[in-house]
Design a protein around this ligand. Structure first.
Ligand code: PMP
Length: 409
């Protein structure tokens, strides 16, 4: 079924998209994997709460506190629906994917890992799914074992299947690579891991904005996402965890909100999900995140996926026609991310000159230095797309790359 939406109406929801860069060029924003722009609906929901319902949540008997609490818990329910989780108590609000993964590395590491145990990651992980495990290594002598990738930029599933040992305690992999755009076969990964009795954490930072996610169908044990990458505000993210797992894990941070009772001798902790939410939560951001999820759901994640797939395919074709341009990876299933390099032009020069023409791309290692080493480069240029990008913008990117090439010729 062909689905589509009114792209001009969508773009009108995002005020920033109509601004000019350097007072001259209409903005072409292709840095969506780093963060997405925000529709009015998200900003207005947050402003409205500040103006009409601001009070600290969960502790107040008064009207405003109850209103703010209701909004916050309705937002949790909106996230539950978006992810297809069984219960809202499986939805923990965090500051983002990074904090969600740190929480698991710390709490799962403390509860379920011993010296000599192993975590399976992959060569295409973002630093936020590498470094938290290295921090755990300061407390426990654990091993990180990366799944290699092949020439297409896909995970070597044949190797993955052979990596399990009695010491394997967790598989923690990205759903979509923020560099190559590869969509990893997480359902298959989870099936294999579970057949060895090993739970799986899925880093959903780059999948949640682009495709329908259902944590129950996927059967992952943990799933992390960042609000700001899915058209929501900064400062809020989600950790989904199966209830049986979250119940087993110890708290992450201590403080208000996460306790049942405190004395100097003994403290008991709140039920899920509050056990993991110490301190005043960002209840304004949770309202913004819920508005963002309502926004994308009203368009439909399947429609967004189809639109972006067609746009990304178009971008691959346009950029492949440019002489000397190399696209990194050729995954059979690619989400809305393209990393490239043009001849001998340094990625930083390319990015800087594209910016002078109004085009925002990202340059550098994209917080994936081990992957850069695997690809044999120091960095790349990366164009990443969102539901509001257009073919005209892809054309402008291709034209601008050619112009930069001419400057270097
Ligand atoms: N994982 C992946 C795959 C990412 O692309 C990113 C953001 N670039 C992160 C994790 C970290 O997200 P955040 O900075 O929002 O915590």
């Amino acid at each position: 079924m062909q689905m589509s939406y009114d792209i001009e109406a969508i773009r009108a929801d995002f005020p920033i998209l109509s601004r000019k860069i350097y007072d001259r060029y209409p903005l072409v924003y292709l840095d969506n994997a780093a963060t997405t722009q925000k529709p009015r609906q998200v900003v207005e929901a947050m402003v409205n709460e500040y103006y009409n319902a601001n009070a600290n949540v969960h502790r107040g008997v008064h009207f405003l506190s109850q209103r703010a609490t209701d909004l916050h818990e309705e937002s949790r329910e909106a996230v539950r629906r978006f992810l297809g989780a069984r219960s809202a108590s499986e939805i923990v609000f965090t500051r983002g994917t990074t904090e969600s993964i740190n929480l698991i590395a710390s709490c799962f590491g403390d509860e379920s890992m011993e010296d000599g145990d192993e975590v399976i990651l992959s060569e295409m992980e973002h630093h936020s799914n590498i470094v938290p495990w290295q921090l755990l290594q300061r407390r426990k002598d654990i091993r990180l074992r990366p799944i290699p990738i092949d020439e297409r930029g896909e995970l070597r599933m044949d190797v993955f299947e052979t990596m399990f040992t009695p010491k394997t305690k967790l598989v923690s992999v990205t759903h979509v690579s923020n560099v190559l755009g590869t969509l990893n076969p997480v359902a298959e990964i989870i099936r294999i891991a579970h057949s060895h009795g090993v739970p799986v954490l899925v880093d959903g930072a780059q999948s949640s904005p682009h495709l329908p996610v259902n944590v129950r169908e996927m059967d992952c044990d943990f799933f992390a996402l960042s609000g700001h990458k899915v058209y929501g505000p900064t400062g809020i993210g989600v950790l989904y965890g199966k209830e049986e797992w979250l119940d087993r894990l110890p708290p992450y941070m201590g403080g208000g909100e996460m306790i049942k009772s405190v004395s100097f001798e003994r403290t008991t902790f709140s039920d899920l999900p509050y056990k993991f939410e110490a301190g005043t939560p960002d209840y304004i951001a949770s309202t913004g995140l819920a508005a963002a999820l309502r926004y994308v759901s009203s368009i439909g994640m399947e429609a967004i996926r189809q639109y972006e797939q067609s746009l990304t395919q178009y971008a691959v074709e346009c950029l492949s026609e440019i002489k000397g341009l190399r696209i990194f990876g050729k995954p059979r299933e690619r989400e809305a991310v393209l990393s490239f390099q043009v001849g001998g032009i340094h990625h930083l020069d390319m990015g800087t000159l594209l910016d002078r023409l109004g085009i925002a791309v990202r340059t550098g290692h994209h917080c994936a230095e081990p992957l850069m080493r695997r690809l044999g480069v120091e960095g790349t240029c990366r164009a990443s797309f969102a539901l509001y990008n257009t073919r005209e913008e892809v054309d402008r990117l291709a034209d601008a790359i050619r112009r930069v090439q001419e400057m270097f010729a």
